[in-house]
Ligand binder design. Sequence first.
Ligand SMILES: NC(=O)c1ccc[n+]([C@@H]2O[C@H](COP(=O)([O-])OP(=O)(O)OC[C@H]3O[C@@H](n4cnc5c(N)ncnc54)[C@H](OP(=O)(O)O)[C@@H]3O)[C@@H](O)[C@H]2O)c1
Length: 295
Amino acid sequence: MRLLVTGKEGQLVRSLLERAPRAGVEVVAVGRPRLDMSEPSTVAAALDGVEADAIVNAAAYTAVDKAESEEALATRINGEAAGEIAAYARRLGLPFLHISTDYVFDGEGPRPYREDDPTGPIGAYGRSKLAGELAVLERDPRATILRTAWVHSPFGANFVKTMLRLGETRAELSVVADQKGSPSYAPDLADALLNIARQRVERRSENFGAGVYHMTGSGEATWADLAEEVFAEAERLGRAPVRVRRITAEQYPTPAKRPSNSRLDNSRLNHVFGVTLPDWRVSARACVNRLLGAP
Ligand SMILES: NC(=O)c1ccc[n+]([C@@H]2O[C@H](COP(=O)([O-])OP(=O)(O)OC[C@H]3O[C@@H](n4cnc5c(N)ncnc54)[C@H](OP(=O)(O)O)[C@@H]3O)[C@@H](O)[C@H]2O)c1
């Protein structure tokens, strides 16, 4: 099976490239400069020529704070270009997997969000990603949309890497403890996506697996819990201890407000595809081990 994946250096696309061989999948990553999603009208031509069995849109404008001052650009990339890729997939009759986010919700709900809960993004990034979901479903009603959250990995920029970098020079760090979510390790997401893509390709004629799904690491945490897990593992590997001081989001102002509740109910993913991601603590430790070069 050959998968066309958008993006080249992103956390998810690099994880897909790394995990694909053991799943017997060939990943063709198409990113900048060939594919520039800020110019949606050029997207289809940039994807042409890859004889793929399915398409995964793993590229996105992901700078949550910057999006507040660049919403038009974020919407072109996350909204319009996503729709163009969906239309391209439909034209070719290929299964299309699109990645979305917990930020489509306002985070005020009391329990993990289900796929059909009402959306209501509280920032520009969330609005642009919701525009993407709507554009994708309009252009390819058979698409599979997978919402994830709190992604970390050995690649790119993410919370786990930031904690390890800051922890090198500090004995104490203040970390937000009143936002809840499920840390999701990009290599775990990649394994799940490869499995889901295969099921979609093998059962293409029955149009199996269309719709919206939630796909995050198992279990739940606050950012402070994740930081503590990271520092505990780093200490086990010989780093100096770092204490986590638990603060509120209000004490750590950012240009974009984050949802307080980012938890996503993954039961539909398990029910339809038989996929459950590993526990977030196990994967957070795996990420630290890789980043600190443990054998
Ligand atoms: N990171 C998170 O915590 C998080 C949470 C929830 C959902 N998600 C979603 O998960 C997916 C993967 O995220 P990630 O963490 O892997 O993102 P990432 O590490 O920030 O990578 C973003 C990717 O998008 C590509 N990209 C950005 N602008 C582009 C443009 N104009 N044209 C073409 N490609 C462009 C980048 O291209 P280059 O290869 O050229 O750099 C890169 O490959 C995204 O849909 C994101 O919205 C992420």
